[in-house]
Ligand binder design. Structure first.
Ligand code: PGA
Length: 250
């Protein structure tokens, strides 16, 4: 049985007060009825306080990024060990905003993956095509290549610490979502790519999340698809009620 996960990617939103406020609101929610692991990814500056505040909660903490080096002269960067030391359990690697705005290449992402695993951090590895690639019917190829270049240097045993997030770039923050059928079709493809690279067990056990304008009104339909194991939620994760409703869609 795969772990079902709903993760909130707060992006560059919430100062410390706002972050604590949102976490307090989330802690009031009873997620125990949903068979789901709930994860939040606040900005770096709020991670330690989030860890403190979530100590008695089952909600897990993710960072939104990681540096691939151990330590040293990398001004402005945050190392795997630093993340670990403030209670981070997951790291998001390869979000399309990092790929597009900060020009993070597949080669760099591969190094981040290695660094995260070395420090026992779990990974949410993001892949997804842009609109032109979808229109040209290249999305199957694109996600395969992103997996091959950014993730497939790791061995099958490390895959138990990896979650894949399929996020079509044209659906992120746009209000447009992939239809449940489109999501299912590409998730099934991703699982097949995993089976071909590793084995059927890895493919069967790896959680594949969908991301891109998931809201309370569409989560249920998308999560109902057999190869969709949860969601990576941006905008709707900034509102405790919306996020909770999405979690409870399972
Ligand atoms: P969105 O963002 O839900 O606001 O579309 C998803 C993401 O970027 O992870």
């Amino acid at each position: 049985m795969r772990t079902q996960i709903v993760a909130g990617n707060w992006k560059m939103n919430c100062n410390l007060d706002e972050s604590q406020h949102l976490l307090n609101a989330l802690k009031q929610k009873d997620f125990s009825k949903a068979d789901v692991e709930v994860v939040v990814a606040p900005p770096y500056t709020n991670l330690y306080a989030a860890h403190q505040s979530l100590k008695d909660s089952s909600i897990k903490i993710s960072s939104q990024n990681i540096n691939e080096n151990e330590k040293g002269a990398f001004t402005g960067e945050v190392s795997p060990d630093m993340l670990k030391s403030v209670g981070v359990e997951y790291v998001i690697i390869g979000h399309s905003e990092r790929r597009a705005i900060y020009a993070e290449s597949d080669e760099l992402l591969a190094k981040k993956v290695t660094a995260a695993l070395k420090h026992d951090l779990k990974i949410m590895f993001c892949i997804g095509e842009v609109l032109e690639q979808r229109k040209a019917d290249k999305h199957f190829e694109v996600v395969k290549e992103q997996l091959e270049k950014g993730l497939f240097h790791i061995g099958a045993s490390d895959m138990k610490n990896v979650v894949i997030a399929y996020e079509p770039v044209w659906a992120i923050g746009t209000g447009e979502t992939a239809s449940p059928e489109q999501a299912q079709e590409i998730h099934e493809h991703i699982r097949k790519v995993l089976a071909d690279k590793y084995n059927a067990d890895v493919a069967e056990q790896t959680s594949i999340l969908y991301g891109g304008s998931v809201k309370p009104n569409n989560a249920k339909e998308i999560f109902a698809k057999k190869d969709v194991d949860g969601g990576l939620i941006g905008g709707a994760s900034l509102d405790a009620d919306s996020f909770a409703e999405i979690v409870m869609s399972f």
